[in-house]
Design a protein around this ligand. Structure first.
Ligand SMILES: Cc1ncc(C[n+]2csc(CCOP(=O)(O)OP(=O)(O)O)c2C)c(N)n1
Ligand SMILES: [Mg+2]
Length: 620
């Protein structure tokens, strides 16, 4: 067998640049490039190998967590058919990725992480940034990636790569298993040479299949659907990743079954499809939540049933409710004791459509859904045009962004009060037009994630909607967006702190404690002094962004229009009223309130909480 002598790092990069993915006959490279921050743990290993292999283009980031968010967002935008490699030094550079690795794994998005690691040879230990333990030398900070990775390995000898790399690819390209994959690379091993078999570096194409449903289970599912008086589809991210949105629209239209969407599933239907009930669950619409409460049959497609979707298991109150789950992952398909259709979403919808030929739900069920759809649209219009303030309401900001953006543009968000408001209010017109990281809801994802979306879809305008709290946590990838000339439209919603957690704190009887950005007050000793003098506009400008400050709805709309004309990342700063919130509709979320307290407000909140908990169900 022909051999080629390469370092471990060179072999890894040479392998990775030759990996392709195919689905439905369309093929492309799996890795769009490699993000990295160099230190002594990777500069002479992976860094050198990247320099020698410019086909796997190197991208610089400001923060290791951010670059993994960028990779995950890119993968999400590409429906998991492509992603980035992320390389770091050892120690803090490596562990900075742990948070975003968890985010990728929770959201089922592929990212390949190559953290540098301590010397395998050990003779010079402890090296700079090494965590020592008296009980073992077979341990480093990179072991912290184990629980947040779908596949984890440490390459202690160059030849271990030969078996590790294909395993990494198998997991990354599997829609069932995908998430963060970590290959920890000791810094000495990265530079060691080995005679690798040349076959390792031949082009490989990983085919993503569309497994079809089991026939017996499909027949049972069809019987259940025929027997149901008021079925409801819950569309999750799997619908979009599988590119099943058209199949879903046809299925809904033929059968008359209404569709509610999770955060990851929003965009499965065009917002004005008459059978669209909009958002489901805690941040859902009245139509979706009332239908869910009464339904006798839930058809969950590509959803992992987070507590936001199930309203902490209070959403389904019909004593006879049953579940059919269409999911590529058996793990999710079996949730809620469902009839598990373990299959690709598109394939399953096609097969189910055929099996149900001619079936239609009772006409009044369809008519009711269509009425909910119209009523909700009127409520959205009301909240878009509240004429509050200034400071204006967050709903009005969302309305302005929605109205200025084109149908194929992308809105992106992750944490704070914006995700819930967007889930309810954003009028989605394209399956990839709504990008919420709400599996981990990680503050700091927004700008880094926006960059990933723009890299995946340079022809679309990307609207990053970010709160001041998230912005202050991680705004740094503005610099990368400017470096790479990937223009972002960043709408920075300033309400001087945490409106979301502030509201939550009020609802649990704590009055917003610790959620405002205010000076420590000499009189009270608490953080309830004057507002902090942070100049967010100046901050964004200092990073190289074009900045526009808006004060009211007309100036916000003008700023958004101006931003469309620029080709440099633009930050629009708008102040909103933190107390003018979009309400909740017909739902509940389990956030435990102190069982005992001397505070009357907490005792009252606890009594309310217990009522809510009483509605939680075991779905068996
Ligand atoms: C990394 C991280 N830390 C903490 C939280 C908990 N958390 C959720 S929302 C939020 C406040 C967000 O503030 P901001 O971005 O200003 O949005 P707002 O609540 O004002 O809408 C916090 C602290 C989180 N989701 N992520
Ligand atoms: Mg805020």
């Amino acid at each position: 067998m022909a051999k080629i002598r390469l370092t471990t790092a060179q072999a890894a990069i040479r392998f990775l640049k030759n990996q392709h993915v195919a689905r439905d006959g369309r093929e492309g490279r799996f890795f769009a490039g490699c993000f990295g921050i160099f230190g002594h743990g990777n500069v002479a290993g992976i860094g050198q190998a990247l320099q020698e292999n410019p086909e796997l283009l190197y991208y610089q980031a400001r923060n290791e967590q951010a670059m993994v968010h960028t990779a995950a967002a890119y993968a999400k935008m590409r429906n998991r058919l492509s992603t980035f490699v992320c390389t770091t030094s050892i120690g803090p550079g490596a562990t900075n990725m742990v948070t975003a690795a968890a985010g990728a794994t929770i959201n089922r998005l592929p990212v390949l992480l190559l953290p540098g690691d301590i010397f395998a040879r050990r003779n010079v230990a402890p090296v700079l940034q090494q965590l020592e333990q008296p009980y073992s030398q077979d341990l480093s900070v990179n072991d912290a990636f184990k629980p947040v990775s779908r596949y984890w390995d440490r390459i202690n000898r160059p030849d271990q790569l030969i078996t590790a790399l294909p395993e990494a690819m198998r997991v990354l390209t599997s829609p069932v298993e995908t998430g963060a994959v970590t290959l920890a690379l000791p810094q000495d091993v990265q530079a060691e040479a080995f005679d690798y078999p040349e076959a390792l570096f031949e082009k490989r194409t990983w085919t993503i299949s569309r497994p079809r449903p089991d026939e017996t289970l499909l027949k049972t599912a069809a019987q259940w659907i025929r027997a149901s008086r008021a079925p409801l589809i819950i569309a999750g991210g799997g619908v979009i990743y599988s590119e099943a949105t058209e199949a879903l629209a046809r299925f809904a239209d033929r059968t008359g079954i209404p569709v509610a969407e999770t955060q990851a599933g929003k965009g499965s239907l065009h917002y004005d499809n008459p059978l669209s009930l909009g958002a489901m669950g805690v941040t859902g619409t009245p139509g979706a939540n009332i239908t869910a409460r009464e339904t006798d049959l839930v058809i969950g497609i590509g959803t992992r049933y987070s507590d936001f979707t199930t309203a902490s298991k209070t959403a389904f109150q019909n004593a006879r409710v049953r579940f059919i789950n269409i999911n590529i992952a058996g793990f999710d398909a079996h949730k809620q004791a469902a009839l598990p259709i373990v299959a690709d979403a598109r394939a399953a919808l096609e097969d189910l459509s055929e099996t149900l030929e001619g079936h239609h739900v009772p006409a009044e069920h369809r008519a009711r859904a269509e009425q909910f759809n119209r009523q909700w649209d009127a409520e959205v219009s009301r909240l878009y045009n509240l004429e509050h303030g200034p400071p204006i309401s967050q709903g009005e900001v969302i309305g302005a962004v929605n109205q200025v953006s084109d149908p194929q543009d992308v809105v992106l968000c992750a944490a704070g009060s914006l995700p819930g408001d967007l889930h309810k209010l954003w009028r989605t017109q394209d399956p990839k037009g709504y990008h919420l990281e709400y599996g981990y809801s990680c503050m700091g994802y927004e700008i880094a994630g926006g960059l990933g979306v723009k890299m995946a879809a340079p022809d679309r305008e990307v609207y990053v909607m970010v709160g001041d709290g998230s912005y202050l946590m991680m705004a740094n990838e503005i610099v990368t967006s400017i470096q790479e000339r990937h223009k972002l439209n960043i709408v920075l919603v300033n309400n001087h702190g945490f409106s979301s957690i502030g509201g939550l704190s009020q609802s649990v009887g704590s009055g917003g404690f610790g959620t405002r950005y205010r000076y420590r007050n000499a009189k009270t000793g608490q953080l309830d002094g004057d507002l902090l003098p942070v100049d967010l506009a100046a901050n964004a400008k200092s990073l190289g962004a074009h900045v526009i400050q808006a004060a009211d709805l007309p100036s916000l709309t003008a700023a958004l229009q101006e931003a469309r004309q620029t080709d440099v990342t633009t930050v629009i700063v708008i102040e909103t009223d933190p107390e003018e919130r979009v309400p909740g509709y017909e739902s509940w979320w389990d956030v435990p309130v102190a069982e005992v307290s001397e505070m009357a407000s907490v005792q009252k909140a606890r009594a309310e909480y217990e009522k809510g908990r009483g509605r939680e169900q075991h779905l068996l």
